[in-house]
Design a protein around this ligand. Structure first.
Ligand code: PLP
Length: 372
């Protein structure tokens, strides 16, 4: 009998575990030298742009909105197909979330619909790179520039992804990443924000730690309302270990994705009515391998049948606008039909670094049975 194959699983090597142990013994377990080193390495990877770490990918986006001065009366456009964090942060700062429907092929926000949703009150965009797949970044920034909008990229899933060879995060406006346990690299929980200049960094540091600015031996001042969002050295030690494997992780995921396509075969969509992701191996980091199920099979039915083969299936995501919190703001069914369809039928197949080609074969064989 096969062991249970989850849809995602972190891999932490022994060197990283030893480094965490060293940190625990060091006498300095909150933000310290490991955080500074992690930020230095991230910044080098992002082409020298300033980077600060935080204790989640959610708070990085909230802090970016605060730095951009987004608040009550401002509209922020985002996608309905994401983790609710993406739009919750808009509400958190008192601004108004505006959704635009997704593209049925990429499952990312449709840039035509995004542009059509811009009003005189629009101040910012929060694009999401679902499964790590970037948008057309040239077009995204052309729209932002034309309408004078800030961009807070929710690149939570996109570390290692590229656009014309440049890492996501190495260009653009604010770029937010998550290091939550299921992401391509993890700190157990955590995130980082890539910024544009030292003034933004100064504000990010204040928002990260109660608004505090220190000077001299005992100088202390508070001039903005900050929170408690700092990353610990324990988390940063995990992050440093993980980050050293980023290239290997990305290329292994690309190889797994290629093997999914090869094993399922060219006639898989015609035979089953299921919809595969775009077969693209240059820019996306293959954070997820997602299938949209045919109408004839519900997601719970598919999940249960795959479970009988000891295979875990995830789903990312339910449409945000149909959650109670958002319905109470006036959102309802029928507003974003593509997102509503995809949100009902999308599943995430197993995809993680320690997965083997034989595991992919196993998932594909089970799917031929289940959807066959
Ligand atoms: C994981 C994720 C988040 C939230 O990140 P946390 O680190 O869990 O706060 C936000 N948006 C997307 C698209 C994500 O995948």
């Amino acid at each position: 009998m096969n062991a249970f194959l989850p849809f995602s699983k972190p891999t932490i090597d022994e060197a990283t575990i030893a480094s965490v142990a060293d940190t625990l013994r060091s006498g300095w377990i909150t933000s310290g030298p490991k955080v500074i080193e992690f930020e230095r390495q991230l910044s080098a990877y992002f082409g020298g742009r300033p980077v600060r770490t935080f204790n989640s990918g959610t708070c990085t986006m909230e802090i970016a909105l605060r730095i951009a001065g987004i608040g009550p009366g401002d509209e922020v456009i985002t996608t309905p197909i994401s983790w609710m964090a993406t739009s919750n942060v808009i509400l958190e700062v008192g601004a108004t979330p505006v959704f635009a429907d997704i593209d049925p092929v990429t499952r990312n926000i449709d840039l035509d619909k995004l542009e059509a949703a811009i009003t005189p009150r629009t101040r910012a965009l929060i694009p999401v790179y679902l499964a790590g797949r970037p948008l057309d970044m040239d077009r995204l920034y052309a729209i932002a520039t034309k309408h004078n909008l800030r961009v807070i990229e929710d690149a939570a899933q996109a570390i290692g992804s590229t656009w014309h060879g440049k890492p996501i995060g190495s260009f653009g406006d604010f770029v937010s990443f998550s290091f939550q346990a299921n992401k391509n690299i993890t700190t157990s929980e955590g995130g980082c924000l890539v910024m544009n200049n030292e003034a933004e960094v100064l504000l990010a540091e204040k928002y990260r730690l109660q608004g505090v600015t220190r000077s001299g031996w005992d100088g202390i001042e508070v001039d903005v309302l900050g929170g408690k969002y700092n990353m610990t050295d324990i988390a940063a030690a995990i992050g440093l270990g993980q980050f050293s494997h980023l290239d290997k992780i990305t290329s292994h995921r690309r190889a797994l994705a290629k093997h999914y396509f090869a094993t399922l075969g060219l006639d898989f969509e015609a035979k089953t009515g299921a919809q595969l992701p775009p077969a693209e191996f240059e820019s996306t980091n293959w954070h997820l391998f997602q299938l949209v199920l045919p109408e004839r099979m519900t997601r719970p039915e598919f999940m249960e049948k795959m479970k009988a083969f000891d295979i875990g299936v995830g789903f990312h995501y339910a449409p945000i606008h149909l959650f109670k919190l958002y319905r109470a703001l006036g959102f309802h069914e029928g507003m974003f039909p593509v997102a509503e369809h995809v949100g009902k039928q999308i599943v995430s197949l197993p995809m993680f670094y320690s997965m083997t080609m034989a595991d992919v074969d196993r998932v594909c064989a089970a799917m031929q049975e289940v959807l066959g």
